[in-house]
Ligand binder design. Structure first.
Ligand code: FAD
Length: 534
């Protein structure tokens, strides 16, 4: 033996690395039909092929049924899935999809005249920021960048520029159709087959098995396992009798009007969620234009009223207005028989916290980690259903809190929300928060990283909306805080705007690759998700 044999990398060759089991998966499933070619279908097909190269994976999608086209703001799980797990080249991705960065969400919410940034990805010094600055926006690097409308590309004293993108858990804003077209291009490279067919029915075998798909052109298709990614249609899941459970008592909106407004080159590094009379409006910045969406309830205002309000709020808005109707809730089964549903087909809540693509990546993770050895398994689907159902019920409560505590406007809609919204699972978090905050600083955080919509998320949300609590003691005195803050300000003063930073990476693609590699290597990601399971 030499001293080098005791180095970590050498030890790894002899012993299992710490952290997770590396056993290889076995399965008797030979073919998977992914029905649906939106974000959910394509990401699932690519991930399946990445983990099971011998599996026959076919995407069956209809060019006659368009994708919903509005999945645009994401969370840091998506860059990790795309670049670290699927291995998609970041430079090509930027060229073809043209993403912008999302460092968090600016909520024009809560108290009148107030706003807060929700960056549940990294909670930071919430107590100090609140006590010494009077708001939570100074709690960490991201919050302060967003408040200054800047990005993590800094100018060093010698005049050179340095990317600190790897230091920040950023997400993407994506133009959904460009993103979906890019994923479609990747399918053949990964060995996924595609079929353009409209499925009109399915034959059910036994109690809960899809046997054969019947297509409009008379074609019949058969697979061992089906992934239902048919969006709101939930074609296969509902064919097997899965029931939809509404979240209507907690989330009362059901309609979105979408539009665009020029930003004249001013690309913000965050999503905005702005309180409106009968709901709220998202502003998602793209490289060329801002996308808007007024999410509201048809029980409280007509389409004409909503459109008028949108036009008044965004005077430069373009004429074309899109309309999307939706329902909030989930099915009672995520996995039933030989069907697993991923994406809008299984569940949906409004995009107030960009949860949909985030949960799609989690659901893919659940599928890969619990991929059936045989289709006779009964306990695994039951266990998985409980877990995924619970996840969605938690999101229901998380979003309901946004409605319960928003005191900005006194319209009938907001009065109704404050008085009637059922916090459901969110109530227990509010109760715990009131006893002591931040919840994210409780003891278990010593060894766990915060998860996106967990304790730290509730903290920013509830502190941001001014909900009363007993605050923990600050770690820094006012003088210590001020000294750190001023030094931080000096660094932040060198930060570049979003447009400058995107231009910098376009001219220096190696810097972009380096940022993404460093980010993967530094573990700036969430634990337990999309681990190396091959
Ligand atoms: P879809 O995009 O609807 O795709 C369905 C696919 O199934 C299509 O390819 C269609 O051709 C196919 N299909 C359907 N029926 C058949 C059939 N019979 N035969 C063959 N093929 C069929 N998510 C976010 O993460 N961030 C956001 O900012 C966001 N904003 C949203 C705003 C609104 C108003 C709404 C309603 C949703 C938003 N979402 C957002 C959610 C977003 O829709 C999903 O994240 C994402 O687009 C996934 O959609 P999907 O793949 O499940 O379904």
């Amino acid at each position: 033996l030499t001293t080098e044999d005791y180095e970590f990398d050498q030890m790894k060759a002899l012993f299992a690395p710490p952290g997770f089991t590396r056993a290889r998966r076995t399965t008797t499933v030979r073919s998977v039909g992914v029905i649906g070619g939106g974000t959910a279908g394509y990401l699932t097909a690519l991930a399946l092929k990445r983990v099971f190269p011998d599996l026959k994976v076919t995407v069956v999608a209809s060019s006659k049924i368009p994708v919903i086209g509005v999945g645009e703001a994401t969370t840091p799980l998506l860059p990790k899935l795309l670049h670290s797990f699927l291995g998609l080249d970041v430079v090509e991705f930027y060229e073809k999809v043209r993403p912008t960065w999302k460092l968090g969400i600016k909520f024009v919410w809560g108290k009148p005249g107030d706003y807060y940034f929700h960056y549940p990805f990294e909670p930071g010094d919430l107590v100090e920021s609140l006590l010494y600055e009077g708001h939570i926006n100074g709690a960490n690097f991201q919050g302060r960048l967003m408040d200054m409308d800047k990005t993590p590309v800094l100018e060093l004293p010698d005049g050179t520029w340095r990317s600190c993108l790897h230091y920040v858990p950023y997400a993407y804003h994506l133009e959904n159709r460009r993103f979906v077209a890019y994923l479609a291009e990747k399918l053949p490279e990964f060995g996924v087959e595609t079929l353009d067919r409209t499925v009109i029915d399915a034959e059910v075998e036994g109690e809960d098995r899809i046997g054969t798909l019947i297509c409009e052109d008379g074609d019949r298709l058969k697979y061992d396992l089906y992934i239902d990614c048919t969006g709101f249609r939930a074609l296969l899941l509902e064919k097997l009798g899965a029931k939809f459970e509404s979240y209507g008592t907690s989330l009362v909106t059901n309609t979105a009007l979408t539009a665009r407004v020029p930003h004249h080159g001013h690309i913000k590094p965050y999503t905005t969620a702005r309180t409106m009379k009968n709901g709220w409006c998202w502003v998602i910045p793209h490289d060329d234009i801002d996308h808007l969406g007024y999410v509201h309830s048809s029980d409280f205002c007509s389409l004409e009223e909503a459109e008028r309000e949108l036009q008044e709020a965004f005077p430069g808005m373009q004429k074309h207005i899109g309309l999307v109707r939706f329902r909030s809730g989930r099915h009672d089964h995520f996995w039933r028989g030989n069907v697993v549903a991923i994406g809008n087909s299984y569940a949906f809540v409004e995009p107030l916290e960009s949860t949909a693509i985030h949960v799609i990546t989690e659901e893919i993770n659940v599928l890969l980690n619990n991929f059936p050895v045989t289709l006779e398994e009964r306990h695994t689907p039951r266990y998985v259903n409980r877990r995924v159902n619970h996840r969605w019920d938690q999101l229901r409560g998380f979003l309901a809190i946004h409605y319960k505590f928003n005191g900005r406007l006194d319209t009938d809609f907001w009065k109704f929300c404050r008085n009637e919204v059922d916090l459901a699972d969110g109530q227990q978090y509010v109760d715990v928060f009131r006893e002591m905050a931040p919840m994210g600083a409780r003891i278990h955080r010593l060894w766990e990283r915060p998860e996106c919509f967990d304790d730290a998320g509730y903290d920013t949300l509830l502190l941001g909306q001014g909900v009363e609590t007993r605050l923990m003691k600050p770690r820094y005195t006012r003088e210590q805080w001020r000294a750190r803050y001023e030094k931080g300000n000096a660094i932040l003063a060198t930060a570049k705007t979003h447009a400058q930073a995107l231009d910098f990476f376009a001219k220096n693609p190696d810097e972009l690759r380096r940022s993404v590699d460093l980010r993967s290597a530094s573990g700036m990601s969430f634990p337990g998700l999309l681990e190396d399971i091959m």
